[in-house]
Design a protein around this ligand. Structure first.
Ligand code: ADP
Ligand code: MG
Length: 252
């Protein structure tokens, strides 16, 4: 096990009833690397991301994020809630929908995790929230309610909120898919700045130019399997597997 690997999955399988959604997935993400996960709808990308922070519990396999590892092969017993919570706190997840608390201000949304989960004193959590809001370009929105923000601004708040937990890795599941086209760029710019700072990230995206330019590696999934993976530019511009070629041909 290498310390340079921040995320490690070995033989991860997940079924819903008789539907096998993840078939023996093995995957690593190096510390500080950005990996783009691409593939057709229904191929298992969200399930894979959800498995990495254990929102979905795999049927078998091994998952490690930083220092936290779980082995689902050896035992049929489910992990304890405490262990799940500790594991989950290491990953920040950003979804397509923003999932902000509507009754709280932007600042309170960002403070909530540190205060309630980590026990951070309020003054300290507020200072951190303001710093993170400044980082995503929303320092002036701290006192607003989420419903007064644009979709792009909401998504940047969601990113700040995930960062407030000081995660080891950030997982993005189609973070820009629900946005109006003119708002996509501001969210991608924040993700790009996180990449430049060395944040380890795994992102499901349909933005192929972004994947090519920002990701180090691209993983192509189909039918619950990793079909092809490699250098981002190589996979996007010169995919070697016919399934990857067919998928990417839809984006021109
Ligand atoms: P993607 O994100 O690549 O579109 P998903 O991981 O969302 O794919 O879904 C993969 C397959 O798993 C789909 O067939 C989907 O219907 C199924 N699926 C996902 N979540 C569940 C669930 N909670 N229960 C049953 N089937 C599910
Ligand atoms: Mg999905």
């Amino acid at each position: 096990m290498s310390n340079t690997r921040m995320i490690e999955l070995i033989g991860v399988q997940k079924s819903f009833g008789t539907l096998q959604v993840l078939k023996d997935i093995s995957l690593t993400v190096d510390k500080g690397a950005v990996v783009a996960l691409i593939g057709p709808s229904g191929s298992g990308k969200s399930t894979l991301l959800r498995s990495i922070n254990l929102l979905t519990v795999p049927n078998s396999g091994y998952i490690r994020v930083g220092d936290h590892a779980m082995d689902f092969s050896s035992t049929q017993t489910l992990p304890r809630d405490r262990d799940l919570a500790a594991f989950r706190a290491r990953t920040g997840m950003v979804f397509q929908g923003f999932n902000l608390f509507p009754h709280m201000t932007v600042e309170q949304n960002v403070m909530e995790g540190p205060v309630t989960v980590l026990g951070t004193p309020k003054a300290e959590a507020r200072e951190l929230a303001l710093a993170l809001l400044a980082k995503v370009g929303l320092a002036d929105k701290a006192g607003m309610r989420p419903d007064s923000l644009s979709g792009g601004q909401k998504q940047r708040v969601a990113i700040a909120r995930a960062l407030a937990m000081k995660p080891d890795v950030m997982l993005f599941d189609e973070a820009t898919s629900a946005l109006d086209p003119e708002l996509v760029g501001e969210v991608l710019a924040v993700i790009r700045s996180l990449a430049a700072e060395g944040m380890t990230m795994l992102l499901v995206t349909h933005e192929m130019a972004f994947a090519r330019d920002v990701a180090d590696r691209v993983v192509f999934m189909r039918d619950g399997c990793v079909v092809e993976e490699g250098d981002a530019r190589q996979v996007i511009e010169q995919p070697s597997h016919p399934a990857t070629q067919a998928f990417l041909s839809h984006f021109h």
